[in-house]
Design a protein around this ligand. Sequence first.
Ligand code: ADP
Length: 235
Amino acid sequence: MSMTETELGTALRVEDLQKNYFLKGETVHALRGVTFDVSVGEYMAVMGPSGSGKSTLLNLLGCLDRPTSGAYFLGPQNVAELNDDQLSDVRATSIGFVFQSYNLIPQLTVIENIEVPLQYQGKLTPETRERCCALAEMVGLGSRLGHRPTELSGGQQQRVAIARSLVNDPYFILADEATGNLDSKTTDEILTLFERLNNEGKTIIMITHEDDVAARTKRVLRLRDGVIETDVRNR
Ligand code: ADP
C-alpha cells in the first residue's frame, strides 16, 4: 500500500463476513468469513472461479443483500445492520455501480441518464446539472449530451454509466464485469478511463474473471470456496 492510500483513510471494511443461502433444506455457505479493508484511492479486482462467492460478495458490497453475520463498515456506519429502506438509500447515494450491460435508460439522453441518481433523490439543480455536464465532458462525451443510448457504441454507453456512477461522489465505484461486453480495443479504453479516475483518487472495486483486466488494477483479491485465497498488491 502506498503512503497516500494509508493517509487518506479507509473507504470500506468488512469483518468476518458470512453469507448462507438456504436451498431445499440445505445450507449453502457462500461466504465463510471474509475480512478485508479497502483504502481510499485503491483499485482492487475481485477474482475467483465460478461458485467461489464473487457475486455474493458483490451483492453485499453493493448493499443489495445483507450478510448472515459479520460487519460491513461503509463510512461511519455498519451497513450490515440496516433495514431494506436504509440499504436502498445507501445504494442510491453512496455507491457508484457500473454493470456489464451498462443499465442505461433507453428513452433518456446521455445527460439525462447521468442525472438519474440526482433526479431520483430530488437533487437536480442548476449546480448539480452543471456537475453532470462536467462528468460527461470528463468521460469524453461532452459533444453527445443529447444522444440516446441506441445511438452510442458499447464503449460510449459504458462511459455514460461511469459518469453516472460518479454523480453522488460515492465511497467507491463497484464495477461488475464492466468490460465483459466490449471488444479488446474498447476494453482497453475503458480500463484506461478507470486508471485515470483512480489516479485522480477514485476508489474502484472491479469484479472480473479476466486475468488481463485484473492485471491492470493495483490489488487482486482472490476468492475460493467462500474464503479469501490470496490478496496481492500488483505494483
Ligand atoms: P460466483 O459469483 O463466484 O460464481 P456465487 O456467489 O454466485 O459465486 O455463489 C457462491 C455459492 O453460493 C455457490 O455455491 C452458489 O451455488 C451459491 N449460491 C449463490 N446464490 C445462491 C442463492 N440465491 N441460493 C442458493 N445458493 C446460492
